[in-house]
Design a protein around this ligand. Sequence first.
Ligand code: HAM
Length: 413
Amino acid sequence: MNPEPKKLSTDPYKGVRDFYPEDMFVLNYITSTMRSVVEKFGYQEYSASILEPTDLYRSKTSDEIVNEQTYSFKDRGDRDVTLRPEMTPTVARMIAGKRRDIPFPARWYSIPNVFRYEQPQRGRLREHWQLNVDLFGINSLEADVEIITIAYNLLKSFGAQDTDFVIKINNKNTVRKIIERELAGEDVRKYLTLLDKRAKIGEEAFKEEQEKAFGKVVNYDIAEAAESTKEIIDTLIHRGIGSVEFDPYMVRGFDYYTGTVFEVFDTNPENRRSLFGGGRYDNLTANFGGDPIPAIGFGAGDVGIRDFLEVHNLMPEYTSSADLFIATIGDVITDAQKLAQQLRTAGVNVAVNLTDKKVGDQLKNADKQKIPFVLVVGEDELKNNEFTIKNLATGEEVKRTSVQEIVEVVKSR
Ligand code: HAM
């Protein structure tokens, strides 16, 4: 006898997500809000494949991401392939590839899913959707201000108050210069990596690690770093963006940043991970040859935003994308479908009962699916050409005769 076949697990692969309709509703709410905010600022959407040659990430991004956090494999032609862990190298590649045709400044955005082999935990998963907003071709304070203004507007559009978040700013170029007086070559990079970890490991370990690596605790002149962020912080505050502050210890993990760097944090301690992170990267496109094209942008993940919405009571209430459910009594399916089709033509989203269930059970099912309205079709309704429409949330019932009248009731939601 054959052994019982092993049942397959219904769980998704560790750290990636299934989006059941309620979750998809939230993701769509988040991405459509992102879209509407960045398009208000004139940004154009682009996209690319999930797969990239592994070389794209070597040396120019972050050791931690490349060596420990990518999903990399060999394809059947023995090429090294990586599932994108972020979008910035991809967009730099695309911009560099069409640099002669693209009108600059280019304002581009995308909402890709990206993959990182991380230990799944609150706020961090192995797959997330990440809004990327990037401005290419301008190296000026105004570009930096625009990008940070978009980050601010995004959180405001989700209903956040100014006190719900803080935008931390630093200048990676200045920090690098300060540290170059104390350390040389690869040690500078090592120090910046340590500085980036300081918040996680604490001041004590931060000092110990420096002793171990450089034989001394490096003298980091914070006042000089503060000075270099003064103009942008003052400008933002002057333009009404009050939730900004200088953070000497925030330098961002990626090596490609060359100037302003920023991260947005939830002020609620339950959600301590960064919500958005970004900065200026003026040299990344030079990897593809030609003069570098200055760039600044940021990434904002859906996971952190969802946590933010939950913590601050800003979650949207789920409703079905169907406006109306047509319940049936008796053998009326042909007429019910005909009515449904007329309503669809008039712009109503309609689902029709296909079961033998009692009408009461049909209504319960529609309510469970959070469909806002039901309309009952039976022999009597067809004979009298009068239909009852019930609002499932309020229990209110109205009778209507023409398609146009039904549309008006349903569209009032
Ligand atoms: P990042 O700081 O690595 O930057 O990611 C940006 C945002 O994506 C984070 O603030 C966080 O919301 C989200 N995120 C990152 N990793 C995860 C994860 N494992 N799970 C859930 N959410 C995550 C970048 O990726 C840069 N390429 C952003 C950028 C664009 N810089 C310039 N332009």
